[in-house]
Design a protein around this ligand. Structure first.
Ligand SMILES: Nc1ncnc2c1ncn2[C@@H]1O[C@H](COP(=O)(O)OP(=O)(O)O)[C@@H](O)[C@H]1O
Ligand SMILES: [Mg+2]
Length: 315
C-alpha cells in the first residue's frame, strides 16, 4: 500500500522519539511504501485533492531518511493519509484540513479532518466534564481569580492552542505574579484561556494513553522534573512504564465511542491523578517510549490497523 504522511520537515525530527518517524519505520517494515509532504504541498485542481510528494525511506542511522524526487499525485492514488503536522492549529493547518476534505471517501484519512477541526485539544476534554478536574474557560481575569479562590487557592492556567507544555503555568492566590500571568494569558481580558483546579498528584506523573480507533494501545507515565509543573517529554519529563487503574480504564471506555464517531482514531489522552486533562489529536506522541516499555513495535499495530481498514474499504 501507499501511505502519505503530511508532516513537518524530516530533518527536524528526532528518530529516537518521534511518533511519525516510528510510523514511517513501521510502514516500511510491513512492506508498504511511504510518501511525505508538508501541508503547503497539498493542492486542489478541479475539485480533486493532490499533493506534491516524495517517496521516503527511513533508517536507524544518523542519516535517518532518504527522499525520492518530488512528483504530483492524487490523494485517491494513496491508500491512507496521516495528517501528522505538529500544532499550532493555525490558518495554514485549517486550510490543509479543508483541502483534505476533497479526498474524503477516496483514501483513509487519519485523523479525520473534520474531527481535527472540531476537537481543540484542550476544549474537547470538556465533552467529558465528569472526568476532568474542575475547569473554567473564560477571557475574564476577575472570573479567573475568583475560580482560583474557589478551588482552594491553586490552579493551572493554559492557552487553548498550546502544546508540549508551552504556556502552562501555575496560579496561586498568594503569588504576586498571578495577576500578571492572568493578564498575559488572556491578553488583558481579550483572549480565552483555560483554568483548571491544580491536581497535586501531578508529581506522580501525567499518563499518556494511546488509542487506535478507541482501543487501548498502551500507556506511559511522564514524571515532571522536580523544578517544573509540566510533565511533557519535550520539557524534560521522565518516562516510566505504567498500567492503568480501573478508574482510568473506565474513563477510556467512556470516551472511546465519541472519539471513533468523530474520526479521531490515533489519539493520546492525558490523565493526571485519574482525571482527564487533555485529548491530543493533531499529532499525539509517545509511541516510541511505549514500544520500548512493551518490547514490541506498537507503531506496527497502528499501520496494520490502517491496512486492515483499507482492505475492509472503511474510509
Ligand atoms: N490541572 C492540572 N494540575 C496539575 N498539573 C497540570 C494540570 N494540567 C496540566 N498540568 C501539567 O502541565 C502539563 C501540560 O499540560 P497539558 O494540559 O497536558 O497541555 P500540553 O501538554 O498541551 O501543553 C501536564 O503534563 C501536567 O504536568
Ligand atoms: Mg499534554
Amino acid at each position: 500500500m501507499r501511505f502519505l504522511y503530511v508532516m513537518d520537515p524530516l530533518d527536524h525530527i528526532n528518530r529516537f522519539k518521534d511518533t511519525t518517524f516510528a510510523f514511517l519505520r513501521a510502514t516500511q517494515a510491513l512492506g508498504h511504501e511511504s510518501f511525505v509532504c508538508h501541508p503547503r504541498d497539498l493542492f486542489v485542481d478541479r475539485g480533486q485533492c493532490f499533493a506534491r510528494v516524495q517517496a521516503c525511506e527511513v533508517f536507524d542511522a544518523d542519516a535517518h531518511f532518504r527522499l525520492g524526487p518530488a512528483h504530483d499525485t492524487a490523494l485517491s492514488e494513496t491508500h491512507a493519509v496521516f495528517m501528522r503536522k505538529d500544532p499550532p492549529f493555525d490558518g495554514a493547518y485549517l486550510h490543509a484540513s479543508q483541502m483534505l476534505e476533497r479526498a474524503r471517501g477516496e483514501t483513509l484519512l487519519v485523523n479525520d479532518p473534520r474531527g481535527l477541526r472540531d476537537a481543540n485539544e484542550k476544549l474537547y476534554a470538556l465533552h467529558f466534564a465528569q472526568f476532568t478536574p474542575r475547569t473554567l474557560v473564560t477571557s475574564r481575569p476577575d472570573r479567573i481569580h475568583d475560580f482560583v479562590k474557589e478551588v482552594g487557592g491553586e490552579a493551572v492556567i493554559k492557552p487553548l492552542d498550546g502544546a508540549g507544555g508551552s504556556g502552562v503555568l501555575k496560579l496561586a492566590t498568594a503569588d504576586k505574579n498571578a495577576r500578571s500571568i492572568v493578564d498575559m494569558l488572556t491578553q488583558e481580558g481579550s483572549r480565552l484561556a483555560m483554568v483548571q483546579e491544580y491536581l497535586p498528584r501531578v508529581v506522580e506523573g501525567d499518563k499518556r494513553v494511546l488509542l487506535i480507533e478507541g482501543k487501548l494501545l498502551g500507556a506511559i507515565n511522564r514524571i515532571p522534573r522536580g523544578d517544573d509543573l509540566r510533565s511533557n517529554i519535550h520539557v524534560g519529563g521522565r518516562v516510566e512504564p505504567c498500567t492503568l487503574t480501573d478508574r482510568e480504564r473506565e474513563i477510556v471506555h467512556a470516551i472511546a465511542p465519541r472519539l471513533v464517531a468523530d474520526g479521531l482514531f490515533f489519539v493520546g489522552l492525558d490523565l493526571v491523578g485519574e482525571k482527564l486533562t487533555e485529548v491530543n489529536v493533531t499529532s499525539p506522541t509517545g509511541i516510541q517510549e511505549l514500544s520500548a516499555h512493551l518490547g514490541r513495535d506498537v507503531a506496527q499495530e497502528v499501520i496494520q490497523w490502517a491496512v486492515d481498514r483499507v482492505h475492509a474499504k472503511r474510509f
